[in-house]
Ligand binder design. Structure first.
Ligand SMILES: Cc1cc2nc3c(=O)[nH]c(=O)nc-3n(C[C@H](O)[C@H](O)[C@H](O)COP(=O)(O)OP(=O)(O)OC[C@H]3O[C@@H](n4cnc5c(N)ncnc54)[C@H](O)[C@@H]3O)c2cc1C
Ligand code: SF4
Ligand code: SF4
Length: 1002
């Protein structure tokens, strides 16, 4: 792909020259436009510094060329991985080099020797997926494993929850290859103290010599001032230079240096055997203090982790249906806090012995189930893997709920990972709470208790000067406590802009002078990520904040309801600002979010990039009318509105809903394109087109018409449009099914009505066979059939969508008022009634319709669970592969699909681990989005379907999904309603609809 330079910044001649040179010499993306630079101005901290440009190199040679060019132009360079740093490590005003897109391979693997060499951009989960088949893993299991890169983890000296056994990143880094700021490429690994094993010609030799001399010179000071806790990741690792053993590992000086000393090109890692067996002991305590105090004793049993969960988190978990049974199984009584103690010896018998010892130890510490009110407690033993997994999921989700506060004040990360020696953990926590209270705030706590590392984020509104002052005061007082306890003010997340300023307080003047000497010796011109670790600005310098003192959002006209959030646009501002850049949307596997990122790996195409762009646009940082600009349309172009972010983003960023606002703003300012009209108004002309189906379908048959449609309507010539047919579904006059049957409304959506009436016929067949009285309500006025307005929403025609929903509510509300369920087949249409309808209407009729709307499968599961569903189902096939529609997954409506399919006798079920199918309404038909659509489908869905043999049923409830599957594999996928109808046919001896006939089209 040719280098891309869009909208060069006019700010400086140097920047222009830099951009031009990079564009000439780099084949990867060179991004100097305002929108792209804005997307790289933040990480998971509260800072924002706009870089002069961004390079996404395709090869390491290109990365190093970018470094050389930038240095030649006098521009700083900041290497970047996933950009998930919490302390502002990756924000700077020079050139950002993003290594995550292309430089992410395992370069070599030694299974026997348990080592590997990787490029720095590889994501931890990705690495571990590749290692698993060899029985190995890299165990620095940071919570951000789904997007944190090894380069970034080394940069921050990251730590996992199990660091008690495995140590930190430093302990697991064997060597590194890195370029100094002047481009010298060197190996940093073990050397003898006298450097006798280093070739005399090695250019790095004088540097190593100076560093080792510094280590020897400062040994005493280092011993005196470096905290003696494992979780010390602040400052440079000068202790790695002290001549303690015969050899020193020079890579350990680079680990934790936050991109300020050298540019890492390769990392050699130590690997470990995967954990095969586990046992958990959930230790209960009547008070938080007792739990914190007990940690120092429990670690003596050598668990691999001791994690603290407090009362607030337990309460949050109990409120979530899926976690309630887990908490019920794992938690006894009403503890104030629990410590989850994890044992993971190879032999499960050893783990069970330790569990027993854990109970004894708790007893020895005086805890007992009958000791009310003091020293109440004991151990609940958990050996079942499913429950162990459930507890891990619950911990992650509990944190997410805490992070999703909608108010202006948010949990802010700045003292969030201090670590103190275990005997002081309880006192430190208690005193920290007093500090928070003194400054009028509080914070929910969780902890890697085994390492004395306490996670806590006090709630503050950093848009207010008074809260910024409180933050500074809390930081100073908290760090004073940490110092008093000889702890570490940076126990996991690094220094960046938040903590570097405090190094002098924590390490003393002399060691800070040493840090400066190291930086000066490595990077005398200050090219590499300056302002971190040494020479840092004040942590509360508001000019560096995301919300600077002049941050304002002007009045906004919005169409949907955002009132749950604060700010302009009746809350739209608050919803946009919910993104805290934690990067969960950059995950590459599992769940659905974010399919466009998975396909392109561009920051522009991920939920985070979009949310940041929106925030910058509404606050005027991207120029006038940025919200409806071409660049904004480009930013949202590949968003397939799958709603996965709404469900999977820890803070609930709902980009699909935000995209509707942007499209509405665009339609208002620029009018509609022909494609928008064709898509949006489909429900209005579909009836007519069906009447003249052969004519309407001409486009599919004529290559010339295909080309013309592509040219003038932007519809890809490579796609066949769904074919109109003359035998559309016409709802029967009156209701069907036994008169005395339980009532149900069947919503005949536009897609199934016009294109795939078989699904509606099948649903009617199933419901009536189940003894239900099925109503298909007609519009109260006018003859045009009912519609949910989905196509209008996808074109930004919100008023038209509302008009459709008004008609639908008028027809359905009387049934909803009587408690009759409203069942739909097309997930995106039915779920519009639970989602967008609530955003457009707040009246009781609309609420009742939303409250009674159920997918076909949700309804059947509900009926089956109530013992009301009797269907004489028979075997139809041995196996079905099922693909879930994104909206089903987003609304927790996919599990019922699996449950219903399991009702069919003898049907083995395989759920395809897929994200969005990539078709997503009109998205897959766009000439400009066709390729991305196919890429998304090829990530997992289409390869999985191709694996299915001809007798396996392929099941997908979404119209778009079925089309994509057909286009990509020539297999006909079925709606669940049709599988059930086939199964009923079998029960009645009707053998015409065999599985093979139904599935092996083309
Ligand atoms: C919700 C949340 C949970 C977290 N949980 C944990 C946790 O459990 N444990 C933990 O330790 N951290 C945690 N973090 C912090 C962060 O995720 C980790 O530090 C992570 O390892 C950073 O990886 P990254 O790829 O995002 O690095 P980035 O943020 O992109 O970069 C980190 C640093 O490394 C430097 N760097 C990147 N690549 C290179 C290179 N090639 N050469 C030289 N320098 C380079 C950067 O300049 C920067 O200074 C968490 C963060 C969040 C938001
Ligand atoms: S969109 Fe959500 S998941 Fe992505 S970075 Fe923002 S808050 Fe995190
Ligand atoms: S709606 Fe889907 S494609 Fe769009 S940002 Fe969210 S997860 Fe990504």
């Amino acid at each position: 792909m040719a280098a891309e330079v869009a909208g060069k910044s006019p700010e400086s001649v140097e920047t222009d020259r830099l951009a031009a040179r990079l564009a000439r010499e780099i084949t990867g993306d060179v991004l100097f436009d305002r929108f792209s630079r804005g997307r790289y101005a933040t990480d998971a901290s509260f800072y924002q510094i706009v870089p002069s440009g961004v390079v996404v190199p395709k090869t390491m040679d290109e990365a190093l060329r970018a470094l050389a060019i930038a240095r030649g132009e006098g521009v700083k360079v900041t290497p970047r991985g996933g950009g998930t740093s919490q302390c502002g490590q990756t924000v700077n005003d020079g050139l950002v080099v993003d290594l995550s897109k292309h430089l992410n391979r395992i370069l070599s693997l030694d299974v026997e020797g348990r080592t590997c060499v990787v490029e720095p951009g590889i994501v931890l989960d990705d690495l571990n997926r590749q290692l698993r088949k060899h029985g190995l893993w890299f165990p620095v299991d940071v919570s951000t494993a789904s997007r944190a890169t090894i380069g970034g983890m080394a940069g921050n000296n990251s730590c996992g929850g199990r660091s008690l056994r495995y140590g930190t990143m430093r302990d697991n880094t064997l060597s590194m290859e890195a370029a100094l700021a002047d481009g010298t490429l060197s190996r940093f690994g073990e050397v003898s103290h006298d450097l006798s094993d280093l070739d005399a010609s090695e250019s790095v030799r004088p540097l190593f010599r100076d560093m080792l001399e510094l280590g020897a010179r400062e040994a005493e000071e280092i011993a005196a001032r470096f905290p003696k806790v494992q979780r010390r990741v602040g400052g440079y690792n000068l202790d790695a230079l002290v001549p303690r053993n015969a050899r020193n590992n020079m890579a350990h000086l680079l680990v934790g240096s936050e991109g300020t000393l050298a540019f890492t090109t390769k990392v050699e890692l130590k690997l470990w055997p995967v954990i095969r067996n586990k046992a958990l002991g959930v230790c209960h305590f009547g008070s938080f203090y007792e739990a914190m105090d007990a940690a120092q004793h429990l670690v003596k049993l050598k668990p691999i982790a001791v994690e603290l969960v407090d009362r607030t988190m337990l309460a949050l978990g109990r409120d979530i249906a899926m976690f309630k049974p887990i908490i019920n199984a794992a938690i006894k009584g009403d503890p104030d806090a629990v410590l989850v103690v994890e044992f993971a010896e190879d032999d499960q018998a050893d783990n069970l012995v330790r569990l027993k010892q854990l109970s004894e130890l708790m007893g020895d510490l005086g805890f007992g189930w009958n000791n009310e009110p003091r020293k109440w407690g004991g151990v609940v033993e958990i050996t079942e893997p499913a429950l162990q997994g459930g507890i891990a999921d619950f911990r992650a989700a509990g944190l997410n709920v805490m992070m999703s506060m909608k108010q202006e004040g948010k949990p802010v990360s700045f003292v969030e990972d201090c670590a103190v020696p275990l005997p002081h953990l309880a006192d430190y926590t208690a005193r920290l709470n007093e500090v928070f209270a003194k400054h009028g705030t509080s914070g929910t706590m969780y902890a890697h208790a085994s390492e004395g590392c306490l996670h806590v984020r006090p709630v503050l509104n950093l848009k207010l000067e008074k809260d910024v002052k409180a933050m500074r005061a809390i930081a100073e007082e908290a760090f004073a406590l940490v110092r008093e306890y000889k702890g570490s003010h940076s126990g996991e997340h690094g220094d960046g802009l938040v903590r570097s300023e405090f190094h002098e307080t924590m390490f003393g003047e002399r060691l800070v002078a040493d840090f400066k000497e190291v930086k000066q010796r490595f990077d005398p011109e200050g090219v590499l990520n300056p302002g971190k670790i040494v020479d840092a600005p004040k942590m509360d310098d508001r000019s560096l904040f995301r919300f600077k003192p002049d941050y304002r959002v002007g009045e906004l006209t919005t169409k949907l309801d955002w009132s749950a959030y604060p700010g302009a646009g009746v809350g739209f501002q608050g919803a946009v600002e919910m993104c805290n850049n934690n990067g969960a949307c950059r995950k590459l596997e599992g769940g659905v979010m974010c399919p466009s990122y998975r396909a392109t790996r561009n920051e522009k195409d991920v939920t985070r990039g979009r949310a940041n762009t929106l925030r910058l646009a509404i606050s005027g940082q991207l120029g006038p009318d940025a919200l409806s600009s071409d660049e904004m349309m480009e930013t949202l172009k590949l968003c397939v509105s799958c709603k996965a972010c709404r469900h999977e983003c820890p803070t609930g960023v709902d980009m699909a809903k935000m995209k509707i606002e942007v499209l509405a703003a665009r339609a208002a300012s620029h009018g509609l394109t022909l494609r928008d009209r064709l898509v949006g108004y489909l429900p209005r002309y579909a009836g007519l087109a069906a009447r003249f189906a052969p004519l309407a379908n001409l486009r599919n048959r004529s290559p010339l018409l295909r080309k013309l449609f592509e040219r003038f309507a932007g519809i890809s010539a490579r796609r066949a449009l769904p074919a109109f047919r003359s035998d559309v579904f016409v709802p029967p006059a009156g209701s069907v099914g036994p008169e005395s049957g339980r009532e149900v409304v069947l919503f005949a959506d536009t897609f199934n009505r016009i294109y795939e009436r078989e699904n509606l016929d099948a649903a009617l067949r199933v419901l009536t066979a189940g003894g239900y009285r099925v109503h298909l309500p007609q519009p109260v006025s006018g003859s045009r059939p009912l519609c949910c307005g989905r196509t209008f929403l996808s074109a930004g025609l919100v008023d038209e969508a509302k008009a459709e929903l008004d008609r639908l509510v008028a027809a359905f509300a009387p049934f909803a008022a009587r408690g009759v369920p409203i069942v739909g087949l097309e997930p995106s249409c039915l779920l519009t009634l639970r989602d967008e309808l609530a955003s457009l209407r707040k009246d009781n009729d609309a609420k009742a319709v939303g409250a009674h709307a159920l997918t076909f499968e949700e309804f059947l599961v509900r009926e089956a669970e109530a013992g009301r569903l009797q269907l004489p189902l028979r075997v139809v096939a041995d196996k079905a592969m099922v693909h879930g529609h994104c909206h089903q997954k987003s609304f927790g409506a996919f599990k019922p699909v699996e449950q219903v399919l399991r009702l069919v006798p003898g049907l083995e079920l395989e759920t395809i681990e897929s994200s969005c199918c990539g078709m997503a309404g009109a998205f897959g038909y766009g000439a400009d989005t066709y390729d991305a659509s196919i890429e998304m489908a090829e990530l997992s869905l289409l390869p999985a379907v191709r694996r299915a043999d001809q007798n396996t049923l392929v099941v997908a409830d979404g119209t778009s999904c079925r089309h994509q599957i057909h286009d990509g594999t020539k297999r006909e996928a079925l709606h669940v309603a049709r599988v059930l109808a086939m199964s009923l046919d079998r029960a009645e001896g009707n053998s015409t609809s065999t599985a093979a006939k139904e599935t092996s089209h083309g």
